[in-house]
Design a protein around this ligand. Sequence first.
Ligand code: SF4
Length: 383
Amino acid sequence: MTLSAYIHFPYCLQKCPYCDFASTGIARQDVPQRAYTDAVLRELQQRAPALQHQRLSSIFFGGGTPSLWEPAELGRVLSALRAAFGDRVEPELEVSVECNPSSLDAARARALSAQGVDRLSIGVQGLDPVRLRFLGRMHDRQRALEALRDALGAVPRVSADLIFGLPGQSPAEAVSDALTLVDLGLSHLSAYALTIEEGTQFGQLARKGRLPLAREGDVADSLTAVAEALSARGFEHYEVSNHARPGQRARHNLHYWRGGAYLGLGAGAVGCLHEAVGSARRYRNDPDPARYMQRAGGPEREVFSEILGPQDMLREQLMLGLRTLDGVELARAQALTGRALSDGREAALERALSRGDAVLEDGFLRVPRARWLHLDSIVADLF
Ligand code: SF4
């Protein structure tokens, strides 16, 4: 069985007003580089014995802002992961690092590459100065484009994140940003509609009615227009929010969306380890970096843990797999859970198929791309 590893780096130079990820604002010089790395290594050492039968297929450093992590320290984690899995590291191992334009330059990109990183994912989010200010981002258009060029000069695969659906932003503007980015030579683009989450600054403003919002129609139109424009450039729209040149899909994310097991390391990291057919344990580490560092070597680092049964695992596969172009592979779903996907949802499946909301083809259940705007209700009906 293959396993992905996700390592969370919980620090950012400042907190963005829309962000609900586990991240803490910190001055660059105050990041506890060595102490945090040591804590992650303690956690890995403690979890590794339970992973003896798994093959490692991808490693993803996410955050937070992992480009604030000194490459040599991040490299210690990479080496330890390689050592822990030994000859069970897949030859095609994908190693990705999320970066912010404000903490990535050519030297850092090359240093990450020297540590074995082969894919950089840059949080550009936008190119227009008004939108970047609205999102509270620290970089401007020029810094974003420079960071992308620096990344492209250092590693073979570069992706960017873009947020659309911002107040006052037309679909044409979203398309123009997306094309400017991919025309630099990116192999992958993640394009997300802005979502307003509870507990964020934007969430509070929205509750008080003080957050300007995009027009509903503009958000859906932007999603369609960006997908069409990227498709004309040869990109595959292979997941609702993700576009890739042929052969350049993010393997780490695909593994999640296919219901694969993943090891989570670091403050606030979530992991989901398969214990047997039809049984998985999902956990979340303490999101507070100081507490995590104190407790990393033992089970008390976890603040949440639950056992997933076969139906929980099938629901996850529906929720994630149906967001992809490939859909859910029925044989794989059954092999992971011991149950047929259709078990207990025969009538709902019949309904989805007869309405054209889903199709069954070559052993996959998928939602046609033309219905992706209605995914939430289609999946809810199959739950
Ligand atoms: S840089 Fe990313 S992780 Fe950090 S606060 Fe902003 S959106 Fe959140």
